[in-house]
Each structure stands twice: as C-alpha cells, then as structure tokens.
Design a protein around this ligand. Structure first.
Ligand SMILES: Cc1cc2nc3c(=O)[nH]c(=O)nc-3n(C[C@H](O)[C@H](O)[C@H](O)COP(=O)(O)O)c2cc1C
Length: 306
C-alpha cells in the first residue's frame, strides 16, 4: 500500500497539519463553517479582519462578479477584537486546527490595541497583520506601500506580541520585495502574499458603480498568475516562509504556489462557490503528492525548473 503523504509544514515555530488555510474575510470567524467543514482537516484558517472597535462596513452591494473573479467592497465589517475573544474564541478552542487572527487598524496604535486584547486570550496560533489599510496618520496612504511605515508597524507589533507574526502584503506596489524585506527585518515570522487588487465595476445601464462604493478589491482566478509571480519574487528575496494566496481553486493551483516557493497557501474567493473547498483541496494535494512519488509536500517547495 502507498505510504500516506506527509503534508505537514512549518511556519517559523508553528507546525501545521497541512499547507491549506482558509483566507481572511472568506471564512467568517471559522465557527460559522463548523457544521459544514471538519475544521480539524484544515491546516488552519484566518479570521475576518479584527479591529479595536466593531465596524459596520460598507453599504450594499458589497460583491460584484467579474470575468474569472469578483470585486468586493465589504469595508472590513467585524465585531471587534473584544467580542471575538468573548463570543467566538471559546468555541474554537475545542479544535486542533490553527486559528490565525487577522488584524487591522487605521493607526499603529489601533493595531497594537487589537494585539493587546488578543494577547490575553488562549487559543490563537498566530497574528496576521493586514497592511493594506489606509494609514490616517500618513495622509490615507496604505501602510503596506511604504517600507519604512511597514517596518515601524511590524516592529511595534513585534514588541508587544508573544505570538508569531505574519504580515499580509498589498500587491499594489511597484516592487513587493522592498516591502517584504522591510517586514522581515522588522521581525515578521512569515509573509502572506497577497491581498486583493484595486478595481472598479461599472453598470453601463445605470452608469453607477456595481458596488455600494466606487471601487473595491479584485480576487479569484483572474489574479492567480499575477500573485504567483509576486510569491516567486518574494521567495527569492526573503528567508522567512511565504504563504501564497490568490485565485486558488484546485490542488494543481496549490502546487503551482508551492513550486514558486510558498510554504503554505490560503484559499479565499473559492469558498463563495463551495464552502467545503479547502477540505477538498487537502485531499487533492494528498493525491498529487502520492502521484509525484514523494512522501513530503515540502520536497516540492521552490521546485520550479528554470
Ligand atoms: C469578501 C472578501 C472579504 C475579505 N476580507 C478581508 C479581510 O478582512 N482582511 C484581509 O486581510 N483580507 C481580506 N480579503 C482578502 C482575501 O483574504 C484574499 O487576500 C484575496 O481575496 C485573494 O485571494 P482569493 O483570490 O483566493 O480570494 C477579503 C476578500 C474577500 C473576497
């Protein structure tokens, strides 16, 4: 009988049972999916973005389908870090899966406030800082488009956090390796590449945006080849693990990211068509690893032939 594929991966000090995680904003707080998905089959999942105070988010409509993807303008709606700890985290402690808290703010102090609330709670494996947010102290420019601002945010977060720190970069930059190196030097344990791409969708009949806001973020299969290149370039530039995400729908997609150098991946938009897709992808990569006649998925990492 064929030996069972070993899908374990290591992100810094954290060992995941397999490299498949559900991405922030597409898997709620995890608990909402527990009746549909065996959460313990996943390598982990990333919570909806958490802010210091609850946020109501953007006006409807928030999602618009596009060719090979969708544009969202959810506006980072969430219940706030304190309510997450009180209402969601207790139920999550009964699972072995890694729970990663996605964090955002509009100032460095706001990010730190969220970490402070979460540091006091049991049951989280890591934090993921979403640096694609407008920095109100920096004239509204995203934190993640400036290496110095990124480094300051990551450095401050490192100082107050005992948990592993993942930094989720914006793809909306000229050279992602500059930001990636800045985050690594400031103490990031891993990089998640990447967030959505700024985009618009117009209804020519009404002559209005098809979203409640003028613009949003493009995700889904349309972005996969672009993000794959960002992951490859980042993996050449840094020594810390990279987690790839953008447009993953099949086990072959996962392998493409691994061959480009990713240690793990996240799956986002695909959950809207099939909430069980991440669990299915774990089985899918198990099959591909067996077919490749190897025992460990990590043997494939960075294996792109040149
Ligand atoms: C509806 C929706 C909500 C999202 N919310 C967040 C969020 O709160 N924080 C975050 O860092 N990324 C958020 N994202 C970005 C995803 O986590 C992911 O980076 C992006 O969608 C690309 O992956 P995909 O093509 O697999 O969806 C959201 C994406 C979607 C589609």
């Amino acid at each position: 009988m064929a030996q069972r594929a070993d899908l374990r991966v290591r992100i810094g000090n954290l060992e995941l049972a397999n490299p498949i995680l559900a991405a922030s904003g597409t898997f709620g707080y995890g608990v909402e999916f527990a009746h549909l998905v065996d959460l313990d089959r996943l390598g982990g999942f990333v919570t909806k973005g958490l802010s210091a105070m609850p946020m109501a988010g953007a006006p409807a409509p928030r999602l618009a389908e596009t060719a090979a993807g969708m544009v969202n303008a959810v506006g980072l709606q969430n219940i706030g870090a304190k309510a997450f700890v009180a209402e969601k985290l207790p139920a999550l402690r009964s699972y072995r899966t890694a729970v990663i808290a996605n964090i955002f703010g509009s100032t460095v102090a706001e990010y730190l406030e969220v970490i402070e609330v979460l540091e006091g709670a049991e049951g989280l494996a890591a934090y993921e800082l979403n640096v694609s947010c407008p920095n109100t102290d920096g004239g509204g420019r995203e934190f993640g488009v400036d290496p110095e601002v990124t480094a300051r945010l990551v450095g401050e977060a490192r100082r107050v956090s005992k948990r592993p720190l993942w930094v989720k970069l914006s793809p909306n930059v000229t050279d992602i390796t500059i930001i990636a190196r800045a985050a690594e030097a400031a103490g990031a344990d891993a990089l998640t590449i990447a967030n959505t791409y700024p985009a618009m969708v117009i209804d020519s009949r009404t002559r209005r945006s098809r979203l409640g806001r003028l613009s949003g973020g493009l995700s889904g299969p349309a972005i996969k080849p672009i993000t794959l290149k960002l992951v490859y370039e980042t993996c050449q530039a840094v020594g810390i693990p990279v987690i790839g995400l953008g447009g993953i729908e099949t086990a072959e997609d996962v392998l493409e990211y691994v061959l480009a150098g990713a240690t793990a991946v996240q799956v986002g938009t695909a959950h809207f068509a099939d909430p069980r897709i991440s669990e299915g992808l774990v089985k899918g990569i198990e099959r591909l690893v067996n077919e490749a006649n190897i025992n460990f998925i990590i043997e494939l990492r960075g294996g792109l032939h040149r």
